[in-house]
Design a protein around this ligand. Sequence first.
Ligand code: ATP
Ligand code: MG
Length: 355
Amino acid sequence: MTYRVVVIPGDGIGPEVVAAALGVLRKAAAKGGVNIEYEHCLAGGAALDQCGEPLPAATVAAAKAADAVLLGAVGGPKWDGVAPHLRAEKAILGLRKALGLYANLRPVRVWDALAPHSPLKAEAVAGADILIVRELSGGIYYGARKEAHVADAPDEAWDTEIYTAPEIERIVRVACRAARLRRKRVTSVDKANVLATSRLWRTVAERTAAAFPDVRLDHLYVDNCAMQLVLAPKNFDVIVTGNLFGDILSDEAAVLAGSIGLLPSASLGDGPGLYEPIHGSAPDIAGQGVANPIGCILSAAMLLRHSLDAKAAADAIEQAVEAVLAEGYRTADLYRPGLTRLSTEEMARRIEEEI
Ligand code: ATP
Ligand code: MG
């Protein structure tokens, strides 16, 4: 069988890190006997320049028909002045919607070799391995809101959070399934001492996790979770939470790893998944060959694992990344005297060789 992967390089450092990740993906797939056909598509600023819109219908159609989408990053100052409906970020929101993506997976691993780069003490973070599962399609970001400038009540504003049991159930199921492939612990994060949505969240999480007797579920209030991520990051396995808390906690957890350039993400629904590094288009370093491609390379590994059912090939990429870091190879963002500095392309080549 041949899988189809849509590739969207995007803007800024997007094309550089995607080219690097594709080389590694091709190598791992060839070695693991996974057949993949690639189709390059446009989105973001590049699409705006060539087609006059940030998310062309052809890209949406190709993504829907594919098994997975690999994305670099979109946007940049060149397109900051465009009308709101043409903004590059619309491309991501549009793709999420078209593909029905409701689960955002953000793994944060602190590789031993990189622990000294963490803002926390190396011994406190070395070996931390956390997967944050964030609900992506509901909650307060999508509820009704009132802006303060409306004439009848100019000094009042509000946002609404709505969650339904089916929305909570499906995201907790994603977390429990992911935990089964890991250390079998899920921490559900809410603010059930205050919020009604959180009380429903807690009840439904309990009920859903009961179908996974091999997975241990516990609960943490979001304020306590924010503290524990810094005090004892190694105590976490899988964290599952709503859209707002997940947005904040996943950025907090990301800094533990030492560079934004290292971290991958997956957004999953019931069809094709979308895989992208967590960083943006980084216009300040674009075109210089200095971007860290590891976030995009690990996104490709997640693509193999979650959308192509190619666990061995995914493991091979992750092991190669760990080995290359342990050997002291670094891109500019993580370079220190005594280590070996590589360009974006050289880092990809080194990881391919390791595979
Ligand atoms: P966005 O709004 O798209 O998230 P941003 O400006 O908030 O963009 P990034 O584009 O991720 O965030 O850049 C934040 C900082 O991190 C920049 O200084 C950038 O150069 C750096 N950075 C981002 N990605 C990488 C990478 N892969 N390698 C090295 N440095 C990176
Ligand atoms: Mg940003």
